[in-house]
Every structure is written in structure tokens, then in C-alpha cells.
Design a protein around this ligand. Structure first.
Ligand code: ZN
Length: 139
């Protein structure tokens, strides 16, 4: 099956910073000129993750609040004892969320719901430059 890989980078602020990647993924799909298949959206690094959400102001507060309950920033993390970088919470949150998402496309269009955007969440405790890999498989 033919594959094509596209990459782009974007600047984030960290601290559970959420970015809508949907326009970039749609643009890349037009560029690769495949009609039917799947795209894997993957973030390089161990303190960020990819998921879908309705990208609206309420949920952009609710999701970070939920992550704060799951893996609080100020809990004790052995990672911080070892490395002193203070981002143990970010590694744990990223592991829970996962680094990738697979989205099907048909007739050159991503099969997302109207209120379903592809988002990057950067959990790290500092601004980062993130590399996103898009791997298209299809025809
Ligand atoms: Zn770390």
C-alpha cells in the first residue's frame, strides 16, 4: 500500500497547551493527493499527546482540569528526583493520552465529525517546538 509522510513543526507554550491540528492535516491530505485511506498523526516526544476534542473554550479549560486531577503537577514524581526537570506529571499525562491518532479519509476528506477536531496537547513545563509526523496510507 502506498504511503506518504509529511512533517511540520509548531511552537507551544507547554502546561497542557492545546492546539487544533485539523487545518494542517486537511491541507496535507490535499497535498498528498490520496483519495481513500488512513492518516496517522504522531507527535515526536514523551511529554505531549494527540487526541480529538471539540475545540471550544469550555473544553479547552475542562480537559486541563481533568488532567490536573489524573496526574497533578505538584505530586511527587520519581522522574523529578532522577532528572530534576520537574516534568514528571507531563510524562505521565502524555503516556495516558498516547502520542498518535489514526483518522480515516474518503474521497479526499477526513471522516471527522463536525465537532471533532484533531488536537495536540503539550504537557511539558516549558515552551517547546514540536514536530508532528503525518503518515498517509492509501490510494
Ligand atoms: Zn522529564
Amino acid at each position: 500500500m502506498p504511503t506518504q509522510t509529511e512533517k511540520f513543526s509548531l511552537a507551544t507554550n507547554g502546561f497542557t497547551d492545546i492546539h487544533d491540528l485539523t487545518p494542517r492535516v486537511s491541507a496535507a491530505l490535499e497535498k498528498v493527493s490520496m483519495q481513500n485511506g488512513i492518516v496517522t498523526v504522531f507527535v515526536v516526544g514523551s511529554t505531549a499527546g494527540i487526541t480529538t476534542i471539540e475545540f471550544e473554550p469550555g473544553l479547552r479549560k475542562d480537559l486541563p482540569a481533568a488532567f490536573e486531577k489524573l496526574a497533578p503537577m505538584n505530586m511527587r514524581y520519581h522522574h523529578n528526583d532522577t532528572w530534576g526537570d520537574g516534568n514528571g506529571y507531563a510524562h505521565v499525562r502524555a503516556a495516558l493520552l498516547g502520542p498518535s491518532l489514526v483518522v480515516p479519509f474518503q474521497n479526499g476528506t477526513l471522516l471527522l465529525g463536525t465537532w471533532q477536531q484533531i488536537v495536540l496537547i503539550d504537557f511539558d513545563n516549558r515552551p517547546r517546538q514540536r514536530e508532528i509526523v503525518l503518515q498517509f496510507m492509501g490510494e
